[in-house]
Design a protein around this ligand. Structure first.
Ligand code: FCB
Length: 597
């Protein structure tokens, strides 16, 4: 498990870097060329579901302007582009017996060809949250095990039609968000929650984890009757749904997402990989967790906070990563949920365990974790950015990013592809465009995290193979509408004109300077060089944190220090902690829970 270090200051020539987007956030044209509705189409139009009341009908108009987006990618000189396929463009009604839409296939086929012509590697997400509405109407989407066969069928069409050219597949984007934000907090489509002010149906205490759904759903009416019969126990027979008597199995959104991913990977490995030779995996969200109080003086409190930080990681990451890479749900989740956590049948487990070729990592910040509270979705930990002494951790924490990379590498032992990482500048939407383009805080963020990648790979030995900044463009930020901008390119939504921000130029220049030269070049054209934003050279990583207290992270730091000493280098001088204003964080979607939308 060691990585080859070309030079301490370089990433290997095959390191993939670029920008990421997702279909519903950028494409618009929601009724073009036979596309079926997704669960986000109507949800976004409901009053109060997005911060600005706007929907995804136009987004960044990329269904029409995709060639312009490609010009931008060429200008930035990226090696790879991560985008997602809209299921309902490929199969408008979503199901395995529903018709396929050739126009939708053609759209992505053209996009893939055009990327390859420009020497850009397509990195494709099969599912980034835009479930066909018809599947939700038919059997409540992710709540039913029916979805596994429909998802696998959809994935099969993708492999068949694009797999000759696509060599990097992501089955799912962020199952935690699908489960919790869509079916627990109710802030994302389909918006299910126990909170009746938010949603007429849903049960936040069971649906993300486990409830009982009918095995055979014949109509949505029958389905919803059957579905009401939630139980925490195994196989049951339902007698009280009349004509629709249904055999029911324990099921849940999270569990069904895992199974769908795993069975699609099985299919790919058995039927496509031998000839197509690609790589396939899942991508999980998860931010680094630090104990709120780790001072030796307050031993009892700090031991609780250390446990809280681990519990936060167990639920945010371990819920999905532990079964997929290790073959079981985390112990803490079993304790916390008891019989609300499904178990895998031996047959399913054999498919789930080992079902990802790599670890897909989406991360945005670090949370300080305090023991307490009853939020199961956070492992009963409270999150804050304010330290016990009142100073701010802030939302930029490159050291935390590095520690997360180490934690994931040590725990799951798979190559890491960072498939999302980004930053929303406070109040950027209210700024005139010139001001928004000078996105100093975002430049700082990427400066810190890119250096952290280098250190994690070359000093700590973490096998990191890709990095995608979120996002190529400002775009439809789910429950935040268009108010929150994550783009490294500014989008003027009136004109749809795109303007590279300083951060976009910075990331582009950084990777060009830090990825070793390729010996064979396949590029057809030389990308234009972008200017480094004024002051970016001088930008300093301004956020440091104390050593991690979680066991693995601590040993990481020690290992890194030992390595440096062994190399004759001086151990790093700890930087003084700076107190700085917390810029408006990511996690806006989570925070919107508290904003009452
Ligand atoms: C991630 C999502 C992505 C985007 C970023 C900001 O959780 O995968 O679509 O919304 O957050």
């Amino acid at each position: 498990m060691s990585v080859e270090v070309v030079s301490p200051n370089k990433l290997p020539s095959d390191f993939l870097w670029g920008f990421a987007t997702a279909s519903f956030q950028t494409e618009g044209s929601t009724d073009a060329d036979g596309r079926g509705k997704s669960i986000w189409d109507d949800f976004a139009k409901l009053p109060g579901k997005t911060l600005d009341g706007r929907d995804g009908d136009v987004a960044t108009d990329s269904y029409k302007r995709w060639k312009e987006d490609l010009d931008l990618l060429v200008e930035y000189g990226v090696k790879s582009y991560r985008f997602s396929i809209a299921w309902s463009r490929i199969i408008p009604l979503g199901g395995r017996n529903d018709p396929i839409n050739e126009a939708g296939i053609q759209f992505y086929s053209n996009l893939i060809d055009a990327l390859l012509e420009r020497g850009i590697v397509p990195f494709v997400t099969i599912y980034h949250w835009d479930l066909p509405q018809a599947l939700y109407d038919r059997y409540k989407g992710w709540l039913s095990r029916e979805i596994v066969d429909d998802y696998v069928h959809y994935a099969k069409i993708c492999f068949e039609r694009f797999g000759d050219r696509v060599k990097y597949w992501l089955t799912m984007n962020e199952p935690w968000c699908i489960s919790v934000l869509g079916h627990g907090r109710g802030v994302f489509a389909p918006g299910r929650s126990s909170d009746r002010t938010r949603s007429p149906e849903g049960d936040s205490s069971t649906e993300p984890w486990m409830c009982v759904a009918p095995l055979f759903a014949r109509s949505s009416a029958a389905y919803s009757q059957g579905f009401l019969a939630c139980s925490r126990h195994g196989l049951i027979l339902r007698y009280d749904v009349g004509f629709y008597d249904a055999l029911a199995l324990p099921s849940s959104v999270g569990h069904n997402v895992i199974l769908s991913h795993a069975y699609a990977v099985k299919l790919y490995r058995e039927h496509f990989k031998p000839t197509q030779g690609g790589t396939i995996g899942i991508t999980l969200n998860g931010d680094w967790a630090l104990p709120y109080d780790d001072s030796p003086e307050s031993q009892y409190v700090s031991s609780c906070d250390i446990a809280a930080a681990q519990h936060a990681l167990d639920v945010a990451i371990g819920w999905f990563a532990d079964p997929i890479y290790l073959g079981y749900y985390p112990d803490y989740m079993k304790t916390m949920l008891g019989d609300r956590l499904p178990s895998f049948t031996p047959e399913d487990l054999a498919v789930v365990k080992g079902s990802s070729d790599f670890y897909g990592m989406n991360t945005y910040t670090t949370n300080l974790c305090k023991a307490g509270g009853d939020d199961e979705f956070q492992g009963k930990a409270e999150y804050t950015f304010t330290r016990p002494d009142g100073s701010q951790l802030g939302t930029q924490d490159p050291e935390g990013f590095r520690q997360l990379l180490n934690y994931l590498w040590k725990r799951y032992k798979h190559p890491i592809y960072v498939t999302e990482n980004g930053f929303a500048v406070k109040d950027e939407d209210a700024m005139p465009v010139e001001q928004a383009l000078a996105d100093h805080d975002r430049v700082q963020y990427f400066k810190g995290n890119t250096e952290a990648i280098l250190a994690a790979r070359n000093e700590d030995g973490v096998d990191i193979r890709a990095y995608f900044a979120w996002s190529l463009l400002d775009n439809f930020e789910w429950a935040d509408g268009y108010v929150t901008r994550f783009g490294l390119t500014y989008v003027d939504y009136e004109t749809q004109k795109r303007y590279p921000k300083d951060s976009g130029k910075f990331v582009s220049k950084w990777f060009k300077e830090h990825v070793a030269e390729e010996h064979k070049t396949q590029k057809t054209e030389e990308p234009k060089r972008l200017e480094l934003p004024a002051g970016a050279d001088k930008a300093q990583t301004d956020s440091t944190t104390s050593s991690p207290t979680l066991e693995s992270a601590e040993s990481t730091s020690k290992a890194a220090a030992t390595k440096r000493v062994a190399n004759g280098d001086a151990a790093p001088t700890p930087k003084k902690k700076k107190t700085k204003k917390a810029p408006f964080a990511r996690l806006t979607a989570y925070i919107s829970t508290f904003l009452g939308i």
